[in-house]
Design a protein around this ligand. Structure first.
Ligand SMILES: C[S@@+](CC[C@H](N)C(=O)[O-])C[C@H]1O[C@@H](n2cnc3c(N)ncnc32)[C@H](O)[C@@H]1O
Length: 243
């Protein structure tokens, strides 16, 4: 039997989200708010339910930790506004009909781009955690977004051969630090990207020393089109496959 401590930040984040919503933040895009609300709310409910189970397998425990992270991050969704704004700008006017989101979490970013019509067609979410993918399904359904959900690891993406030279857009937001084999993951991303396809990523600046994704993608066949530091602690960049 294992006991699990409820993280105090979780409740705080929830309150944070609600207060942000009530006090002024509601002026922000309603679709984004809706996604954030579903994300935070369903995560919160699920989290509470899961905490009543005391003997979870390790994989589910990992899912719980990630869920805690996502709830915190997503409840503070306004931190992502600059990321979203850049994504909207970067994808505007491009024909994107095949998208892969790696380490997708709830898939909030592609769901938002889709709601704006910037990405269309096929959307695939890849994440290690089945629990998180279940939440992602709820979230996609709430915004009428069709997607397919793959449980799998960044280290061993299960469909690299099937989707060679395929995706118009591959995204990975705050996910690359999750694997020590990040170079392999980026090579796989390059192989799955269509010629002239796009790769959009974000990562904490502090992780860039160990996981220099922006530097590395330039060595393996991408041009970096744009790279911006936002909120003083996050790097977001867009790269295009050169062949
Ligand atoms: C920090 S969250 C980011 C989620 C999402 N991209 C976002 O911006 O909201 C990291 C996600 O990576 C997933 N993850 C962690 N390690 C992974 C791995 N080795 N392979 C695939 N997914 C992984 C977690 O389950 C979690 O959903």
């Amino acid at each position: 039997m294992r006991t699990v401590l409820v993280m105090p930040e979780t409740a705080a984040s929830w309150l944070n989200f609600v207060s942000a919503h009530l006090f002024g933040f509601a002026q922000f895009d309603p679709i984004m708010l809706n996604l954030a609300a579903v994300s935070a709310h369903s995560g919160y409910r699920n989290f509470q339910l899961q905490y009543q189970q005391l003997d979870l397998p390790e994989e589910e425990m990992n899912g719980m930790r990630e869920m805690a992270y996502l709830m915190t991050a997503r409840a503070n969704v306004f931190q992502d506004i600059p990321v979203v704004e850049h994504l909207v700008e970067w994808t505007s006017g491009r024909k994107i009909s095949k998208t892969l989101d790696m380490a997708s979490g709830f898939g909030l970013m592609p769901a938002y781009l889709r709601s704006k019509g910037h990405i269309k067609g096929q959307l695939i979410l890849l994440d290690r955690s089945s629990m998180i993918l279940e939440q992602a399904k709820t979230m996609m359904a709430s915004c009428n977004t069709k997607a397919t959900f793959h449980q799998g690891l960044l280290e061993a993406i299960p469909f690299t051969e099937i989707y060679r030279d395929y995706f118009d857009l591959i995204t990975c937001f705050n996910g690359i630090y999750c694997t020590k084999q990040w170079r392999k993951t980026l090579v796989d991303a390059r192989d799955m990207c269509a010629p002239n396809g796009l790769l959009a990523m974000s990562q904490k600046l502090v992780s860039c020393r160990e996981y220099d994704a922006m530097g590395y993608v330039q060595d393996i066949g991408f041009d970096v089109i744009d790279g911006i530091v936002i909120n003083d602690d996050q790097l977001i960049f867009l790269a295009q496959k050169t062949c």
